[in-house]
Each structure stands twice: as structure tokens, then as C-alpha cells.
Design a protein around this ligand. Structure first.
Ligand code: SF4
Length: 351
């Protein structure tokens, strides 16, 4: 829907502006804890120094690169501040050091006036923190916007040439599996260029932490979050919408010393989800091919070996048990495409 679309895996120079521009605090959020950064708005000198340092560590200077303002509500900032930040980043684009600018913002900050304000600057990608398309879940999370406002924001953005990313969360208070899947289907219907899925975790200092300690909120277990994310991933995959991230990324999105209280955090969360999707696909294939009780050889591209086996051979053990297999061997074979495995020589696709 948006052209030209920047590559899906750009080199990102993240500039964190924790809670800057946010009208209030959503109940699950503590960006200071997430990013480990105390100041809401770093000075322009600090921003330039940070960008220079980051670019100095870019291994491939030809890689498509975006300066990204994360951690706050970019379009909720005062217009002069938006212009100052964009002008600072745009100087790097003019010098040919980066290719564009990206930022994340709330759906209710998208309007024609603000889009006109940023039009002179080389903004390439906008990410909307949607979180849910269930109005009651949005209310409980104190988001302060509705699902309709998300639809309106996406419609406004579709008239402009930005790459569009949508972020959703699972495990928010009051949400259910059915609700999260409905959110996934509705977001897929909005045809973004990519999505991110974040399981809700509890950060010290967030209102949710108080609810958790008072016994009013229970986060998803890791297993439940992985299973739900796998279903959502498949919804987006069937619509050819890339899921570029599942789970907070240790490092850029979650400082090592962050105050995580509870919740389904795992440093390789996305890998767990992709592994669960393969386990399910292979299980259905074994059933369909009548391989119960037999011996199975699985051939996969070497890049997929760990995903197919699962962490600590989790998938192998589960499949052996579920199908009473006598033996299962997983072998690398780079001639096999990465969306397929060969099970005793017969192709099994991921979905
Ligand atoms: S979730 Fe987004 S809008 Fe809400 S407080 Fe955090 S950064 Fe601000």
C-alpha cells in the first residue's frame, strides 16, 4: 500500500526519547526501565554524538540505514521539537550517511496537519503503536485511543508514501486469545508493510507492576505467549505481511539492567515461535503421511537446523513422544528451500 517501501531489515540507528510526547502513561509501559535511559529528551548534541558513534560501528556503510526515534510518541511532541529532531536527522540523509528517518507514534497523533509538518523531511517509515483493536482492552490499558482511531490513522497514512509498521501486544489486561487473534486479523486487513508483536511483560515502576503485585493481573506464561504468537504469525504470513519482530529484543529494546518483574520474556522469543510453527507443521505432516511409530529423517537447510530441533531438542522430543516414533534424525541439506523440510524425502511446508 505504501511506496516506495524501505527494505525490511535496515540498519537502525535508534534514538530513544523515553515517554517524550506521550499524553500519559499506558499501564504496561516504563520506557525508562525498558531502555535504561533516564532522560526523556536527550540534547541535540547528545543525539548527534550518539548517531555518529552508531554509524562508526556500521560494518557495511552501503547498507540501507534509518535513524529511528523510538520509545515515545514522536508526533505528540511540540511541532518545533518535531522539526528540530527531523532536521537533525535529515542532515545525515543530505550528507548521504543514512537513507531515511523512522519513528514510532500513537495512532491518535496522525492527522493531516502533522503529516504536512513532516512532509518536507525524509521520513521513510512510520510505526504505529496499535497494541489492540479491542476497545475494552485499550481502555483497561489506559491507551487513550480507540480502534477506530487506528483505522483512521492507517487510512490517512495510506495516502502518503511512508513504509508503515503496526505494533501489537498480547497478554494485555482483559485481552483473550480470541481477542488477540481478532486484533491480528484486523491488522492484517489494514495491509501494513510489516508488523511487530510484543508479549506484555511487567516492568517495575509501571502501573501494571502494582496490579501484578496486588494480584489483579497475571501475565501470559511463556508457553501460552509462544503459542498465541505462532497463531498470529500465521495470520500475517497468509496475508504476506512480514512479522519483523516478536518479543522485546535484549539490548536495543530491553536494557540489560532493566527492571523486569514478570512476564513471558525470553531472549530468543521469536526463535521459540518459529520453532513452534515448525513443530506443528511437521506434526501434521507425520499424521497425514501415517508415519506414527516409524523412523523419520528430516532434511533442512542448515540455517534452520536449530529451529527444527528446538531449544534443547524440544521439538524432537515432543514429536518422538506425540507420534510414538522409534527414531528421528535431523540433517542439514542446503538444497532444501528455507520454507520447506523434507520428511523421509517428502516436502513439508511451514504452513
Ligand atoms: S506505550 Fe507508547 S504511548 Fe504509551 S506511555 Fe509507552 S511510549 Fe508512551
Amino acid at each position: 500500500m505504501n511506496a516506495p517501501t524501505p527494505p525490511l531489515r535496515p540498519f537502525i540507528v535508534p534514538v530513544f526519547i523515553p515517554h517524550a510526547g506521550c499524553p500519559h502513561r499506558c499501564i504496561f509501559c516504563n520506557q525508562h526501565a525498558t531502555t535504561g535511559q533516564k532522560a526523556s529528551m536527550p540534547s541535540l548534541i547528545d543525539i548527534r554524538k550518539h548517531i555518529d558513534d552508531f554509524l562508526a560501528h556500521r560494518r557495511d556503510p552501503d547498507r540501507y540505514t534509518e535513524i529511528s526515534f523510538y520509545g515515545g510518541t514522536f508526533l505528540g511532541l511540540a511541532p518545533e521539537q518535531i522539526q528540530l529532531l527531523l532536521a537533525t536527522a535529515a542532515a545525515y540523509v543530505r550528507k548521504g550517511l543514512v537513507d531515511g528517518i523512522r519513528f514510532s507514534t500513537r495512532p491518535d497523533t496522525i492527522d493531516a496537519e502533522r503529516l504536512d509538518l513532516i512532509a518536507p523531511y525524509p521520513v521513510t517509515t512510520i510505526e504505529l503503536g496499535v497494541q489492540s483493536m479491542q476497545d475494552d482492552v485499550l481502555v483497561r490499558s489506559a491507551r487513550g485511543h480507540t480502534a477506530d482511531e487506528t483505522r483512521r490513522a492507517v487510512a490517512l497514512l495510506s495516502d502518503r508514501s511512508f513504509g508503515l509498521g503496526l505494533q501489537m501486544m498480547i497478554g494485555l489486561p482483559g485481552d483473550t486469545t480470541a481477542g488477540a487473534l481478532a486484533t491480528g486479523r484486523q491488522l492484517a486487513g489494514l495491509t501494513p508493510d510489516f508488523v511487530r508483536i510484543y508479549p506484555t511483560v511487567v516492568f517495575k515502576g509501571s502501573p501494571l507492576a502494582r496490579w501484578y503485585l496486588e494480584g489483579c493481573y497475571e501475565p501470559l506464561s511463556l508457553d501460552a505467549a509462544v503459542a498465541l504468537c505462532a497463531e498470529l504469525y500465521l495470520i500475517f504470513a497468509r496475508h504476506d505481511i512480514p512479522v519483523i519482530r516478536m518479543g522485546l529484543q535484549a539490548g536495543p529494546e530491553l536494557a540489560a539492567d532493566s527492571d523486569l518483574v514478570a512476564g513471558p520474556f525470553h531472549p530468543a522469543f521469536g526463535e521459540l515461535v518459529r520453532s513452534a510453527i515448525w513443530q506443528d507443521a511437521i506434526s501434521r505432516h507425520l499424521e497425514k503421511e501415517g508415519l506414527r511409530g516409524g523412523e523419520v529423517v528430516i532434511e533442512v537447510h542448515s540455517r534452520l537446523l536449530s529451529q527444527i530441533k528446538g531449544q534443547h531438542d524440544h521439538n524432537i522430543i515432543a514429536l518422538l513422544n506425540r507420534h510414538d516414533l522409534r527414531a528421528m534424525e535431523v540433517r542439514a541439506k542446503d538444497a532444501v528451500p528455507e520454507d520447506t523440510v523434507l520428511v523421509n524425502g517428502v516436502a513439508c511446508r511451514r504452513w
